[in-house]
Design a protein around this ligand. Sequence first.
Ligand SMILES: O=P(O)(O)O[C@H]1[C@H](O)[C@@H](O)[C@H](O)[C@@H](O)[C@@H]1O
Ligand SMILES: [Mg+2]
Length: 315
Amino acid sequence: MADLWQSAMDHAVAIARKAGETIREALLNDRKVTTKSSSVDLVTQTDQKVEKMIIQSVKERFPAHRFIGEESVAAGEASNLTTAPTWIIDPIDGTTNFVHAFPFVAVSIGFAVNSQVEFGVVYSCLEDKMYTARRGKGAFCNGEPLQVSDQTDVKQSIIATEFGSSRDPEVVENIFSSLRKILCIPVHGVRGAGTAAVNMCLVASGSVEAYYEIGIHVWDVAAGSLIVTEAGGVLMDVEGKNAKPWLPNTRPVGRNRDATGSNPVSQATKQIVKISKTTLIVFFFPRIAKGVDTTETVHEISVTLPRKTENHPEF
Ligand SMILES: O=P(O)(O)O[C@H]1[C@H](O)[C@@H](O)[C@H](O)[C@@H](O)[C@@H]1O
Ligand SMILES: [Mg+2]
């Protein structure tokens, strides 16, 4: 049977490549930087230009499709995922890298129908690496199949993470408290490419065993989530259930907090230490909405294990 979404996926790959060219050209010129939610949450005209270019081109080809784009949401558009075919776009994932010419910058395009990601495309444009995944058909980098690491000892692992763009002391404290616990497992190392999408592709490639981040958006992870799962990884929430990080507002953090009266980040870290004996991890803390304190809105943790399992271990 013909694949209903293959032509959309082909279009996503082509437009991501074109966007990458625009980004590479822009790197040769001055980059005008402004800020969004904080003084370290950067945006450039290239982010906006690339997003417009992608949306325009998709609209011409697929006029009924919908969009959630990082810069459109920043400009005031709603970030609602319905059952309709929806393109979830981060035109430049790793804007801070782009501003500083740090060499990991990605175009991330996820495509969801009925709240399920059908394909994901992450183009790491300075490395010229095109990561793709189609639901049920595997994950690839430049056409080569991807497989997550088969390492099962967290003490032999590299964990990827990012520090995010909040400098709120409580958020920073949470980040360091998690990091300290992870380093002291101990793990071989902690790394960060500066882009959530590339970090997830590094999990899919088996270059790092796990990735976690506090305060992430749907456009950062929509494409990467499918690339990870199609490469054999798993996304899990705090309770060890399959997480769907592309769905906003799945579980308010307030409940996690209220349940135990303690910080969800340290709870999560305890669980990681628990599960680290047999598994490796990715966990996210998606932000629910703009302008809401991350420490209050941390609501979900996803975990990636090196091997896909139907029944996740009990935590
Ligand atoms: O570069 P953008 O698209 O702003 O995405 C970044 C995200 O906002 C940060 O929280 C993360 O730390 C980065 O890894 C993302 O890539
Ligand atoms: Mg971005």
